[in-house]
Design a protein around this ligand. Structure first.
Ligand SMILES: [Zn+2]
Length: 66
């Protein structure tokens, strides 16, 4: 379903899956980003951003299932 809510782990913004245009694969998961800047920041240090996101959003999975 396209109404799954997805998070940008760099800036923390959230939106329905269908609205994202930038994405990157990491550890066989797909992450979505609001802009090129967030995507390249993620690609430079993915672990840093994933850990940061996990601390600020406990229990939230930023990557959609599948
Ligand atoms: Zn962003």
């Amino acid at each position: 379903m396209s109404d799954v809510i997805v998070y940008d782990v760099v800036c923390g913004m959230s939106a329905p899956l269908g609205e994202w245009t930038d994405s990157a694969e990491y550890n066989s998961k797909t992450y979505y980003f609001c802009c090129d800047g967030c995507m390249s920041a993620f690609q430079k240090s993915p672990e840093y951003h994933l850990e940061n996101f996990a601390e600020e959003h406990p229990g939230v999975d930023p990557a959609p299932k599948g």
